[in-house]
Design a protein around this ligand. Structure first.
Ligand SMILES: *Cc1c(COP(=O)(O)O)cnc(C)c1O
Length: 392
């Protein structure tokens, strides 16, 4: 018996997330091994990039080693450096703020709209000023930020928008509306194995401003114009600017391409789980003063499902209760403005009370594409057996 079997037998707790596997990854990986082309920019990179461009309606999609690296590229591309400020939500993953700090600029942390967990445009309006060089937003759970207001603030001040779209691949903002990631000058995707579509570790930079494409290619290819050389546009390539090695390996691109091919099926399975939580937990939530994730117009990516508990204490009570029932639930981001690095590299105009409150009340439930009906039922039974007193 392997270690893995033992583990599965002893603890059959429902994990929080499990990477999805399609039927195509292995076939694609063998094709890469057989092709003798395992570095980036091979056939699978091309195929996956085209799929991404069509899913996201981005002008160009460049595969990168991670969403974090795509965020770093974004800040560099927009020429942001010391003395500059970038507006960023406090309730998000650290990558966006870290990229700002790495470039020597300062993060201006903004509070959220507790309805969605997304950046509050009102407070963006109050915070924007002459030092602001970009507005960085994140679509929490693939629920669109108020992009219209954010874009108009950007236009008014002549500054670009960066979308961290790690959660919201291919989400359309209403009928006839654009797709998340197609609004900002640049946007970033993550293919970390906790995301809807994954390749272990990986990401993409979506470029909507055509004027940034050439520089982005150089930045990604170690500061060289190798991308132009590969297209036959120059007869030699050389060091032409600053860059790093942000190119995704062809192995990862092969896995990513297989996953993107199954995108609709993956999303359908995730939505089925999400919809069961939304429907079957509604009565319990109403009785216990709990708010269920309820995206405006029902637009989201089925990336996550959360509950907002009535107070801070009940967050850990519910998580412990679920653990005793064999269900792994979890909180989410610690607000960046209160984190050790956030205090060093960022600032706030006022206490960000909504971010703190949301962070301390939110509980996320297990959600992955391969979840069985029985597993979903066990999660629902675990949640609904929780009472105000902390359950049994
Ligand atoms: C996962 C995630 C990231 C980081 O993605 P990596 O590909 O692991 O670098 C950044 N932002 C958000 C919102 C994420 O969820």
């Amino acid at each position: 018996m392997t270690v893995h079997d033992t583990h599965t037998r002893v603890s059959n707790a429902i994990p929080f997330s499990r990477p999805f596997r399609t039927s195509g990854e292995l076939r694609n990986l063998v094709a890469v091994l057989d092709s003798d082309h395992a570095h980036g920019d091979g056939d699978f990179t091309r195929a996956a990039s085209l799929r991404l461009q069509s899913l996201t309606e981005a002008n160009r999609a460049l595969l990168t080693t991670s969403c974090t690296h795509a965020q770093e590229m974004s800040i560099r591309l927009l020429g942001i450096g010391p003395g500059d400020e970038v507006i960023v939500p406090s309730f998000t993953f650290p990558s966006a703020a870290n990229a700002i700090a790495l470039a020597g600029a300062r993060a201006m942390f903004i509070d959220i709209d507790p309805e969605t967990g997304n950046i509050d445009p009102q407070q963006v309006e109050e915070a924007v000023g002459p030092k602001t060089k970009a507005i960085s937003v994140m679509h929490y759970g693939g629920v669109p930020v108020d992009i219209e207001t954010i874009m108009s603030i950007g236009d008014e001040w002549g500054i670009p928008i960066i979308e961290d779209n790690a959660h919201g691949l291919a989400v359309r903002v209403g009928v006839g509306g654009g797709v998340l990631g197609s609004f900002g000058a640049v946007a970033t995707q993550s293919f970390h194995d906790t995301k809807n579509v994954h390749c272990g570790e990986g990401g993409a930079l979506l470029i909507n401003d055509p004027g940034l494409v050439e520089q982005a290619e150089i930045l990604r290819e170690k500061g060289t114009n190798r991308s132009q050389f590969l297209r036959g546009e120059v007869d030699k390539y050389s060091w032409v600017g600053l860059g790093s090695s942000y190119l995704l390996s062809e192995f990862n691109a092969a896995v990513l391409d297989a996953q993107l091919e199954e995108f609709d099926a993956i999303q359908a399975r995730r939505f089925a789980v999400w919809n069961r939580y939304s429907t079957e937990l509604a009565d319990w939530a109403g009785e216990h003063g709990v708010r269920l994730m309820d995206p405006p117009h029902g637009i989201h990516a089925a990336h996550l499902f959360y509950l907002v508990m009535p107070d801070w204490e009940s967050q850990s009570l519910l998580i412990s209760h679920l653990r005793r029932h064999g269900v792994t639930a979890t909180f989410h981001y610690v607000p960046l403005d209160s984190s050790p690095a956030g205090k060093r590299f960022g600032r706030v105009l006022q206490p960000l009370t909504q971010s703190e409150d949301f962070s301390r009340r939110l509980v996320r439930l297990p959600l992955w594409a391969g979840m069985t009906d029985d597993e979903v039922s066990r999660v629902i039974a675990g949640v609904t057996s929780y009472t105000d007193q902390g359950g049994n």
